[in-house]
Ligand binder design. Sequence first.
Ligand code: AMP
Length: 548
Amino acid sequence: MGLSMLFREFSAICEQLEGISGRLEMIDLISRRLPSLSDEELPVFVRFIMGRIFPDWSPLKLGIGPSLLYEGVAYVVGTKRESVIETINRTGEVGKAVELLLAGKEQTSFFSEELDLVTVYCEFEKIADTGGKKSQREKLLGVRKLLANATPLEGRYLARIMLEDLRIGIGEGNIREAVARAFGIDSAVVEHAVQALNDLGYVAQLAKTGEAALRDVHISPFRPVKMMLAQQGSIMSAIEENGTIAAEYKYDGSRFQFHRRGGLSRLYSRKLEDVTNALPDVIAILNGSTDHDIILDGEVIAIKEGKPLPFQAVLRRFRRKHGISEMQEEVKLVPNVFDILYLDGETLIDLPLSERRKRLDRAVSSHVAPQLVSGDPVVVEEFYHAALDEGHEGIMIKATRSPYTPGMRGKNWLKVKPEVDTLDLAVVGAEWGEGKRAHYFGSFLLACQENGELITLSKVATGFSDEQLAEVYDLLHDRIISQSGKEVRFEPGLVFEVGYSELQVSPNYPAGFALRFPRFVRIRDDKDITDIETLGGIRERYQRQPNS
Ligand code: AMP
């Protein structure tokens, strides 16, 4: 062999990228490296450089939280966990800390094996595969093995990849661009293929064989596709822009994607997690409504006495691992199907909505969300009020000519709902609570995003019940990356929806804004941090405030 890419080379490329700030220069550097990679290396390289290990749709999850990683590092360098944490506090970040610790480690073993890119990937696969009782211990052994063979610089990037945040300042769009450039393919074609296949690694592999392979991509059951997203909009402007539009109720529940082939069915959450086992009742309903090989998009809501329940009731079911049958008694879940992406071997995402809707109506006999097609603002307005009267969140307005664009938030889907002053923000830090809440977190530091970076904005400490604090603690304690005094920092991942009375200009936070009277509304663990509010969006809200 001899020609395979060493992990040392990969790390050197990452370091080089970290030192570049120009977007074009980064794209150029990556695109020059891609053509010489083997078929096996190409997808791994592309995913690693995005700070990813497995495709989104893959059932494999690495499952290494910060605390397990620290334990592995501590073992390999022969120190205590506390001193790992102390080093992270000093360097401000886990990758640099691991690098520093490995550099200071005494040479204890004489043979260490050089890591190459594919070996590292295979180790990750093994780590992800371990489940069951002993899994934490097995995973730890895997982490130790990798770090024991790593140079300090390799350690920097191994640690960051394990936590899926490479911190080299390059977004997915740029890496897509690099793939297009490397193989001389139109970047729109690459983008479309990524939308369908949901794995830029595999798309790169196809791109290497030529543009034809990318033009001919299909989606297939059991490989979930990213969900199409919506923007804020208004009835008037939607009709002005499109003429006739399609409107549906906006159900306040949880998004799902239903896949079925040859009588087998699975259900995926908005984050594309497989939630089949948690929701047997929903699967049964959907199986009863179609015999086709099919992929459906919809929203599941909880119903009690004919009225929709608040959205938490649904999320609780999505998270549920035990006592599923008891839970089914308490809340009845009802799916509302509003789109179809695949039918009996045919990929439908490029058809206009009106055409997809016809197929949907033919292929699915019940639980299809009613749709109003109209160009009359008065009629649509009435529909909107009917939705609110029935206890729904508002309506969705959709362009009838629009294709289904996975993962895209655009003007083809608009949400219309009463203006509520809540924001979805990432939880990036906390302070320990006091008194009887001393073993939970008490106040949380929140961030919005701008160009893929998290920018802190405010704290929230009120609105939590004791139960919710315990739940939040469960979700966060394994994400601690550093601690000093009463303050902790988290590996970002969890999203809170937070209410407020007003946005204020504030020098206290890097965002330049703070929330007045912030209050916790709910955990949004159906969303990830790429879905949180942008700084631009917050500026716009500020402008719209009556007194600003
Ligand atoms: P938001 O979460 O506020 O950005 O609103 C978009 C979400 O509304 C989607 O991701 C769906 O989960 C949900 N939703 C509810 N009803 C519909 C519908 N009829 N069409 C599309 N999305 C819907």
